[in-house]
Design a protein around this ligand. Structure first.
Ligand code: SF4
Ligand code: F3S
Ligand code: FES
Length: 248
């Protein structure tokens, strides 16, 4: 089926912008990125849209369609009514560079704040064998394609720029969980988790999990277990008894 799709695309840059309406041909089996490329090829050669793999693996084409964070290359046109106007806007949580392209360097800065993988100092390569079951959880988290849709949707920063310095976001809280659950990592990241990386700001709304194109259970498998570890440390009865006795 070929039809005329109606798109409302945000055009502008860091100084401001507005939505513009377009009518573009759409064909059966196409994704939103195909239609944007046709728009670029036929009407707006200067439209900025970032993409790379067109296979849902590079994480470059993140934007918002009808206000929902999505990968442009993995969203089929067929999920929308052909008569509806599709609104395509840049990710709201990050500064716009131009049109649909945002500056996601906030995420790179957060990545650098997480201490790297730390195996035991005296362990020589090949000395340790891991069971698959031991690395299952870490492997789930390693499916992340760094599209930052979860970072974009989380309300802690989406409408609260002021929270950014104190919040790593679901993707990087999950990175801490990945290292914490890795059988070979010996660093203790729990004390910084709550305050420095902002786990305490997450109130488990699960919006991050809802938008993850890799289907990673960010909230249930990474954030909630980390919250439990923080609570165990704080409220462990033995630790509590030790503190009480030492105060006497
Ligand atoms: Fe994207 Fe999912 Fe990774 Fe978040 S966890 S950056 S939504 S792939
Ligand atoms: Fe944000 Fe996900 Fe927590 S959306 S509030 S990090 S559960
Ligand atoms: Fe690579 Fe969409 S272009 S994920």
């Amino acid at each position: 089926m070929t039809y005329t799709a109606r798109l409302r695309v945000w055009r502008g840059d860091a100084t401001g912008g507005a939505s513009a309406d377009y009518e573009v041909e759409a064909n059966e089996g196409e994704v939103v990125l195909d239609v944007l490329h046709r728009l670029q090829a036929t009407q707006t050669p200067d439209l900025a849209v970032r993409w790379n793999c067109k296979a849902g693996k590079c994480g470059s084409c993140s934007a918002e369609i009808n206000g929902r964070p999505r990968l442009l290359c993995m969203t089929r046109m067929s999920v929308f009514d052909p008569a509806e106007v599709l609104t395509v806007t840049p990710m709201r949580a990050f500064p716009v560079i131009r049109d649909l392209v945002t500056d996601v360097s906030f995420n790179y800065a957060k990545a650098r704040e997480i201490p790297s993988f730390t195996p035991p100092a005296d362990l020589a390569p090949g000395e340790y064998r891991m069971q698959q079951i031991d690395v299952e959880r870490s492997q789930e988290f390693r499916k992340c394609i760094e599209c930052y849709l979860c970072q974009d949707t989380c309300h802690v920063v989406r409408d609260h720029e002021e929270n950014k310095p104190a919040f790593a976001g679901p993707r990087y809280l999950m990175r801490v969980a990945e290292l914490e659950m890795h059988p070979l990592d010996v660093a203790d990241r729990v004390p910084e988790m709550q305050d420095e990386h902002g786990l305490g700001l997450c109130n488990i709304t699960k919006c991050c999990t809802d938008v993850c194109p890799e289907g990673i259970k960010i909230t249930d498998n990474a954030l909630i277990p980390m919250k439990e570890r923080v609570a165990d440390r704080r409220y462990d009865p033995l630790v509590w008894l030790g503190r009480t006795i030492s105060r006497r």
